[in-house]
Design a protein around this ligand. Structure first.
Ligand SMILES: Nc1ncnc2c1ncn2[C@@H]1O[C@H](COP(=O)(O)OP(=O)(O)O)[C@@H](O)[C@H]1O
Ligand SMILES: [Mg+2]
Length: 275
């Protein structure tokens, strides 16, 4: 062998060694990948349902919520867990603290003590601006009186929370049109609130509540101002929306039928939840 051949053989040997070590490295990496991923894959395969459902669990958690107005103890330590897609009704005599609780759960009011977490986010840690953004994106309200803006048309009222959230007009309008159609208001889209019936106004308020696809919709006696036919239609609508969008609703109501239709009925008395 001359010098040149020796150099070539040496070079080939180095390449071979490198190749083997790279191969080992690759094999090693693959084994590590298997060691880490296989148990996870097997776990997910056999627990797929539980795994999926766990994503739906505990969307809203309230821990030991207390609230006083002067000497009046309005909430005396409320604990609550609400899952994604649940429809919860809250019932109880006037003055029991239902509205106060709903306002605290919905960031409109602050508890004196206790914690509220929505999707794991503790409201009390958010600064004012962050809280406003969080509320706009994640939380909606439907009140007894629709609170629509009289100078805006039905569809504009529906778009308002999206505009406030800085969403593009075309995107918001398309979504508002879809919601308006879904809620049977297509012919009324360009009408002003004063030109709509009570039932129609409340359905516009529902569409407005859904425009930003919130995590939860809080409703405070939403059918309290409607006749029985419109009230029943509105109640059916909540369950239809839950079916279509897995929408979570927390509804204060004096309507026994609606309260009993809910997945869970919470009874409040003197600032505590009885059941
Ligand atoms: N801003 C407030 N200032 C003083 N007292 C209040 C205030 N808001 C509610 N309350 C009192 O707290 C109690 C519970 O009210 P609320 O939560 O509205 O009850 P509910 O909705 O069950 O009728 C009532 O006695 C009410 O008068
Ligand atoms: Mg109330």
């Amino acid at each position: 062998m001359n010098n040149c051949e020796i150099t070539i053989r040496k070079f080939q040997l180095i390449v071979k060694l490198l190749h083997i070590s790279n191969l080992n490295l690759l094999l090693g990496k693959y084994c590590l990948f298997l060691v880490i991923n296989l148990p996870l894959k097997i776990y997910n395969k056999f627990n797929n349902d539980d795994f999926e459902k766990s994503l739906n669990r505990k969307m809203l958690t309230a821990k030991n919520i207390k609230k006083n107005y002067g000497n009046l103890q309005v909430l005396k330590g409320i604990d609550l867990e609400i899952n994604q897609g649940e429809v919860i009704s809250i019932v109880g005599a006037s003055g029991a603290g239902k509205t106060t609780l709903l306002q605290i759960l919905g960031t409109l009011d602050k508890a004196d003590s206790g914690e509220v977490l929505l999707n794991g986010v503790d409201y009390s840690l958010l600064k004012d601006k962050e809280l406003a953004k969080f509320r706009n994106e994640k939380i909606s309200f439907i009140f007894q009186f629709h609170n629509l803006m009289p100078e805006f048309t039905a569809i504009e009222n529906v778009c308002l929370p999206a505009w406030i959230g800085g969403k593009a007009n075309a995107e918001s309008t398309k979504k508002a049109e879809d919601l308006i159609q879904l809620l049977g208001l297509k012919e009324r889209a360009k009408h002003f609130p004063s030109e709509l019936s009570g039932g129609e106004q409340q359905r516009v308020a529902v569409a407005r509540a859904l425009i930003n696809s919130p995590s939860v919709v809080f409703a405070d006696e939403p059918s309290g101002n409607l006749d029985s036919k419109n009230a029943e239609e509105l109640h059916q609508l909540f369950f239809e929306l839950r079916k279509q969008f897995n929408q979570t609703f927390v509804i204060i109501t004096h309507n026994e039928h609606l309260a009993n239709m809910a997945d869970r009925k919470l009874v409040m008395q003197d600032g505590i939840i009885l059941v």
